[in-house]
Design a protein around this ligand. Structure first.
Ligand code: ZN
Length: 316
C-alpha cells in the first residue's frame, strides 16, 4: 500500500484543482485548469480526466500506482452511487459522475460534498492528524461542517450528517430566517454573512462604532475593529463565538469528539475568535465530555479539499 498514491479533485465553478497524495495524506503535487462550466457536464468531466492524467504524468509516479480517485462537489448527491443530484454552481442535475469518470479513467472514483472532504483532509493529515474522532467547522459565507468518527466521514442515515451550520441554536426571540427554510440556525449568526449583517444592523441603529465609517463592511472589518477595542464589534464577535461554543458543547455530549477544528475565511481572525469560542465552550460543555478536548484552527487552508477527496479512497 505504501507505494500507492491517491488523486483528489476539488471542483470549483471556475477552476478544477487536482492533487496527488501518498498513503498518509501528504500532498505530493498538484495541477489546475479551467472548469469549463459553461460547456456542460460532459466537457467538465472530460477536463477532470485530462487534468488527472496530466497530474500523474508530471509526477514521479506511474499510472498503475494510482489506487483511486476522489472528487468533492458543492451540492446534493447520492454518495454511494456517485451521482451529483443537484449542483447549482455548475448547473448540474443527476449527473452520474462516478460511472462516467470510472469509464474515462479506469480507476475507482468516489465523491462526497465539499464540507465533508475538507473535514476529512484536516482529519487525515492536517490539524486532526492522529486523532480518530474530530468535528470540523468551516466558517465562510455559510457555516459548513464534517464529522469524523474512527477516522472516517460519518454520513448519517441519508448523508446529511455534519450540516453544522443548521444546528438550531439561536433563541426564538433573536432568530431570523435561514437559507435552509428554517429559523435560528447557527449560520445566521456565526458565518461571515451573519457577522456582516449584525454589523450593518448596529450601524443602522446608530450605535457608536468605528464600523459606521466603513463603506462595505466585511467580516474582517468587524474583527479588525474588535481588535482595536471597538465595543460594538467586540459584542458581535462574542455573539458569533458564543453560538459556535454552545453548538460544540451540544456536540460534545452527543459524540464526545477529541478535537474541534475550525477553518474557513472567518477562522483567519485568529485568537480573538478562538479565545471567545473556547470561553463559551468551557462555560456550556459538560465537564467530563470536554475533558482533554481542544479547539484548534485548520492548517491545510485551500488544500484541505484536494487532500480529503484523495482520502475518500481510504477513509470515505
Ligand atoms: Zn438553516
Amino acid at each position: 500500500m505504501e507505494d500507492q498514491v491517491y488523486v483528489g479533485v476539488d471542483l470549483g465553478g471556475t477552476t478544477i484543482k487536482v492533487g496527488l497524495c501518498d498513503h498518509q495524506g501528504k500532498l505530493l503535487n498538484t495541477y489546475e485548469g479551467p472548469t469549463g462550466t459553461e460547456h456542460g457536464s460532459d466537457v467538465v468531466l472530460d477536463n477532470i480526466a485530462q487534468y488527472v492524467r496530466k497530474l500523474v504524468d508530471d509526477s514521479p509516479y506511474e499510472w498503475e500506482q494510482v489506487a483511486g480517485i476522489g472528487a468533492g462537489f458543492a451540492g446534493f448527491m447520492n454518495i454511494p452511487e456517485g451521482i451529483v443530484k443537484l449542483a447549482p454552481n455548475l448547473g448540474w442535475r443527476n449527473v452520474p459522475v462516478k460511472q462516467i469518470l470510472e469509464a474515462k479513467l479506469g480507476k475507482t472514483v468516489k465523491i462526497d460534498n465539499d464540507a465533508n472532504i475538507a473535514a476529512l483532509g484536516e482529519a487525515w493529515s492536517g490539524a486532526g492528524a492522529g486523532i480518530a474522532n474530530c468535528v470540523c467547522y468551516t466558517l465562510g459565507t455559510g457555516v459548513g461542517g464534517g464529522i469524523i468518527i474512527n477516522g472516517r466521514i460519518y454520513q448519517g442515515y441519508n448523508g446529511t450528517a455534519g450540516e453544522l451550520g443548521h444546528m438550531n441554536v439561536i433563541p426564538d426571540l433573536e432568530s431570523i430566517d435561514c437559507g435552509c427554510g428554517k429559523r435560528g440556525c447557527l449560520e445566521t449568526v456565526s458565518s461571515a454573512t451573519g457577522i456582516i449583517r449584525m454589523a450593518k444592523e448596529a450601524v443602522e441603529r446608530g450605535e457608536h462604532t468605528s464600523l459606521a465609517l466603513v463603506p462595505n463592511i466585511t467580516a474582517k472589518d468587524v474583527f479588525d475593529a474588535a481588535k482595536t477595542g471597538d465595543e460594538v464589534a467586540l459584542r458581535i464577535v462574542n455573539r458569533a463565538a458564543m453560538y459556535i461554543g454552545k453548538s460544540m458543547a451540544l456536540i460534545s455530549v452527543i459524540l464526545n469528539p477529541q478535537r474541534f477544528i475550525v477553518g474557513g475565511g472567518v477562522s483567519k481572525a485568529g485568537d480573538i475568535l478562538f479565545d471567545a469560542i473556547r470561553k463559551h465552550y468551557h462555560a456550556c460543555a459538560q465537564e467530563t465530555a470536554r475533558e482533554g478536548v481542544d479547539i484548534v484552527p485548520a492548517v491545510l487552508g485551500n488544500d484541505a479539499g484536494i487532500v480529503g477527496a484523495a482520502g475518500l479512497n481510504l477513509r470515505g
